[in-house]
Design a protein around this ligand. Structure first.
Ligand SMILES: *Cc1c(COP(=O)(O)O)cnc(C)c1O
Length: 494
């Protein structure tokens, strides 16, 4: 007798067991959603105790039902619930209901995107989703090529684990392109060129830390990253960028890449896309747009113009696990001219034989840093069609409108200082409690109090030496009344 609780097969008993396991799990999950709080769990010390196991690997298995009961008791109540309207700390979203279905499907079938024979329909779905995303972000694909300047092979892209990986890909392909085109040097084959210490990446002083990480991983080091000052609106100062690039050129350095942030992690500020593009043209540098946060803005008919010109970038980071509310992980890297993927192509006899590709079996391993890779494209396929243009526009517009409302309210109140007017859905502010040291202390305390006494999770950051609180509004269910209540609560904690 074969075990029926091992794998889902054509055998009816395994299907009954699968249904039971999924149903029981769902019941345990729903049980935890009995109130609206974001976090009601234990403090760090108590949690460590609660999670401690005598052994992870008992001699005899406990069976799924007992393990689920234990998970339901110890783990689930201590998980954060990002769908709560009391959660607004990070660029970390709740998940749309249809994406739960998508995750179930992609887990059950467990396709791996590296080769066609591991993911037949999934490969075609990813290609199709990428094709439509290229169009959405203004890139020409081989089918919608409009001008002679559009790349012959058209734009392309790949799903990634998120913004960090997408940014690494942008800077990697920029480096390899620059060294090949400008220095006649093949980095893939030969490693870094002589004088590689002169290569320079420019990005604003408040860009994401994945720029430094990428510079390290790519053998260039943190010192290759030039930090460009931001203006009062937290946007890259393009005049300063021009000065920095020019003085580097004068000093014999090699500006190969500018990363513009389209939605900074803290403020949601959008760097001047057209100005950066013009300087990249002038100095012959690659323009990578880190739109991990701001990529969602394009869905809002009211606010899409704020990301105008995104297609001027040579490559774009898009994250679907932030504004788009799809489950982690779900990121995309888009490339204006897909020929630049070449340095990532690789042929392995066991995986992606060249003769297969000539016959139309697309193996996506050649456009990714990963080998085994999730079928995350299904989440976008399902969620985009489920809600349509109007549904999406409403979701994103609501979040941006909420941030604007919060900004206006806080600006009217003398107890609060707001750093800058939001362009997307983050508002950074602080409760003014007298001198800077006192204010820093009080704002830190307020964040802890909100977390442990009220189950409300807000963010915290530092702006010019001032500790600030941060509302990152990614949940379209948050209402203005809710925001008013929160402001009143924070004021009462002064
Ligand atoms: C979140 C974020 C990233 C990193 O993306 P992950 O998906 O977390 O890897 C990069 N850049 C910006 C601007 C971000 O906000």
């Amino acid at each position: 007798m074969l075990p029926t609780d091992l794998l889902l097969t054509c055998h009816p008993q395994t299907q009954t067991e699968c249904r039971r396991v999924v149903q029981k799990t769902l019941d345990a999950i729903l049980h935890v959603f009995s109130n609206s709080k974001a976090y009601e769990g234990l403090t760090p010390q108590d949690l460590k105790q609660a999670i401690r196991l005598e052994t992870l690997l008992p001699d005899g298995g406990m069976g799924f039902d007992r393990v689920l009961a234990q998970v339901a008791e110890r783990i689930l109540p201590n998980l954060l619930r990002p769908s709560s309207c009391d959660y607004m700390a990070h660029l970390h979203s709740s998940v749309l209901l249809e994406s739960i279905a998508a995750e179930l499907i992609l887990t059950v079938f467990n396709q791996s995107m590296d080769s066609w024979d591991q993911s037949p329909a999934a490969t075609e779905v990813e290609l199709e989703v990428i094709r439509h995303l290229c169009t959405l972000y203004g890139y020409a694909t081989d089918e919608n090529r409009k001008t002679e300047n559009d790349a012959v092979d058209g734009a392309g892209g790949t799903f990634t684990s998120g913004g960090t990986q997408s940014n690494l890909m942008g800077i990697l392909l920029a480096r390899d392109w620059y060294c090949r085109e400008k220095l006649g040097h093949d980095v893939r084959q030969l490693g870094l060129p002589d004088g590689y210490r002169r290569l320079r990446i420019y990005t604003s002083e408040i860009s994401h830390f994945s720029m430094e990480k990428s510079a390290h991983l790519l053998g260039l080091g943190y010192d290759a990253v030039v930090h460009v000052p931001v203006d009062a609106h937290q946007k890259m100062d393009v005049w300063a960028l021009q000065q920095l690039m020019q003085s580097d050129v004068d000093a014999g350095n090699l500006p190969f890449c500018v990363v513009g942030t389209v939605g900074t992690t803290d403020y949601g500020s959008i760097d001047p896309i057209h100005g950066i593009s013009a300087l990249c043209q002038k100095y012959g540098a690659w323009f990578h747009a880190d739109a991990a946060y701001g990529s969602g803005v394009i869905m809002s008919s009211k606010y899409a113009s704020r990301v105008d010109g995104l297609a001027l970038a040579d490559s774009i980071t898009v994250d679907f696990h932030k504004m788009f509310m799809l489950p982690i992980s779900c990121g995309v890297f888009l490339l204006k001219d897909s020929r630049h993927f070449e340095p990532l192509s690789f042929h392995a006899d066991y995986l992606n034989r060249e003769e297969d590709e000539e016959e139309g079996y697309t193996n996506l391993v050649g456009t990714s840093l990963q080998t085994t890779r999730r079928f995350d494209a299904l989440k976008v396929w399902i969620a985009f069609q489920t809600r349509g243009k109007n549904g999406w526009s409403n979701l994103i517009t609501t979040c941006i409108d909420n941030a604007q409302y919060l900004y206006e309210r806080l600006s009217q109140l003398s107890d609060f200082d707001v750093v800058t007017q939001p362009e997307i859905s983050s508002v950074v502010f602080r409760l003014n409690c007298g001198d800077n040291a006192t204010s820093n202390q009080r704002n830190k305390q307020i964040r802890r109090t909100l977390l442990h006494q009220y189950g409300i999770v807000v963010g915290q950051t530092v702006w010019q030496g001032c500790v600030c609180l941060k509302f990152t509004l990614l949940n379209p269910l948050i209402t203005r009344e809710k925001l008013d209540e929160l402001i009143a609560l924070i004021e009462s904690l002064k």
